[in-house]
Design a protein around this ligand. Structure first.
Ligand code: HEC
Ligand code: HEC
Length: 401
């Protein structure tokens, strides 16, 4: 577990800062529709996401968060930004199995897409306790195992000073936090940064794929292959839909109409079984990292499959190169690794979810399932200026208006 290795006192101080008085207020009607004027860029048929009362989204916080997200000055040595590992053209992933942080530490996990993160019940691949973006974002900024942005108690003032020196932030912080005097200089500065980053990520919505057009009633929006693939995906033979369901394509979902009162889902898909004892390679043991319970070994959150054609390589450690391989692992009822340090037969993993059972599938059917997964790509999302880098080439300049 990485969060507990953050310098404890500093982290506690930040956690206290996260909650507290709301920045401003939003009202929600019974149908889950928000009367805030934030432009969610999403169709009516999708219910709005839950947001914490202490950080209601506003366009001004979203825009400030966007500038911070793309700013390498928000790291200890000025080399890394959120966008280093979360790149728009790859649906906010980075194309590598496991990314490097500011000082070269390799993260044990694969970078996740941020599309529709606002609807997820828990954040990151295997942590049941991270339920709000505001909590999660502390980890890349201040985590020390691995180091991502590398900000610490020792260098935090230096990092802040770099942000404070930028003219663009004077205006952006004031409009995001109009009730505060000097929101980039006062004791809430870090809280303000985290709230703005969370607002930007919360506002990253992706509902503009061929699949969405089909769902909204355009029967021509999906090719015949994608429609066949969708039927396979939703079949009792393949079982995919049990865990990758609904408008988010994951069972880990909550919204303003429905906050499920059952535990958030985590499943073992039989990727490893080292030495035949159901072990996954440390430190990537999933929910088990936090609980230490044998029954939680290898349990990970079902990933949303939106934009999945752009987010290779796959799985929590990026150890699966292609969608075809992902499907073959499922068809085998798990992954059988015959050599290497993690050799073992994942198909025999004792923690494997009952829905992960072998099935027969032809090459044509695999192509159809892939055509369906490709229909989940939202081309508008990955090119939309709203989510793009707002800075000129030199981040010390004023942003593009
Ligand atoms: C060094 C690469 C790297 C950097 C820099 C980075 N991230 Fe991530 N991000 C990751 C990885 C890897 C994960 C999965 C973490 C895990 O499972 O423990 C992740 C997960 C997330 C998630 C959870 C998504 C989900 O589906 O649950 C959010 C939100 C997120 N990052 C936002 C940010 C923000 C905001 C920043 C900038 C402050 C940032 N990240 C910087 C690599 C990075
Ligand atoms: C029992 C629940 C369950 C079922 C059934 C299931 N999945 Fe998954 N899926 C998961 C979980 C959990 C993960 C993450 C596992 C990991 O990385 O360790 C995942 C990961 C994936 C990924 C990788 C996503 C990424 O961003 O890396 C793809 C693609 C995928 N599943 C597609 C499918 C398809 C296609 C089917 C049907 C053949 C299917 N899944 C069936 C739970 C499930």
């Amino acid at each position: 577990m990485h969060a507990d290795k953050i310098a404890v006192l500093f982290f506690l101080g930040l956690t206290l800062l996260l909650s507290g008085c709301p920045d401003s207020s939003t009202t929600v009607d019974d149908q889950g529709a928000s009367v805030s004027d934030f432009d969610w860029q999403m169709p009516d048929w999708v219910p709005l996401p839950v947001e914490p009362a202490y950080n209601p989204i506003t366009e001004e916080k979203f825009q400030l968060g966007r500038h911070l997200f793309y700013d390498t000055d928000l790291s200890a040595n000025g080399t890394i930004s959120c966008a280093s590992c979360h790149q728009q053209d790859k649906a906010f992933t980075d194309g590598v199995a496991r990314p490097a942080g500011a000082t070269g530490d390799i993260h044990p996990r694969n970078s996740q897409s941020l599309a529709n993160a606002a609807w997820l019940r828990t954040l990151t691949w295997g942590n049941p306790t991270l339920t709000e973006l505001e909590q999660q974002i502390v980890i890349p900024l201040f985590g020390i195992d691995p180091i991502e942005h590398g900000i610490s108690e020792a260098n935090q003032n230096q990092v802040l000073a770099r942000l404070q020196a930028k003219p663009a932030y004077q205006r952006l912080f004031l409009s995001a936090y109009p009730d505060q005097t000097e929101p980039l200089f006062n004791e809430l500065a870090w809280r303000n940064i985290i709230h703005a980053l969370a607002s930007f990520v919360r506002g990253m919505t992706s509902f503009n794929s061929d699949f969405d057009r089909y769902t909204a009633g355009d029967s021509q929006a999906l090719s015949a292959a994608a429609r066949r693939g969708m039927n396979l995906f939703n079949s009792e033979r393949l079982e995919c839909f049990h865990c990758h369901e609904g408008y988010t394509l994951t069972s880990s979902v909550r919204d303003r109409r429905r906050v499920p009162n059952i535990p958030a889902p985590f499943n073992n898909t039989g990727l490893y079984n080292i030495d035949g004892i159901s072990a996954y390679p440390a430190p990537n043991t999933g929910k088990h990292e936090l609980t230490g319970q044998a029954r939680d070994m290898g349990l990970f959150r079902p990933q949303s499959l939106r934009n999945v054609a752009l987010t290779a390589p796959y799985n929590h450690d990026g150890s699966v190169a292609t969608l075809r391989e992902v499907i073959l692992n499922y068809a085998a009822g798990g992954r059988h690794l015959t050599h290497g340090p993690y050799a073992g037969d994942g198909r025999m993993n004792a923690n494997k979810d009952p829905f992960i059972v072998s099935f027969s599938i032809t090459e044509d059917e695999i192509s159809d399932v892939i055509a369906f997964l490709e229909s989940l790509t939202d081309h508008a999302f990955i090119t939309h200026p709203r989510y793009a880098n707002p800075w000129q080439d030199d981040a010390s300049q004023d942003p593009i208006p």
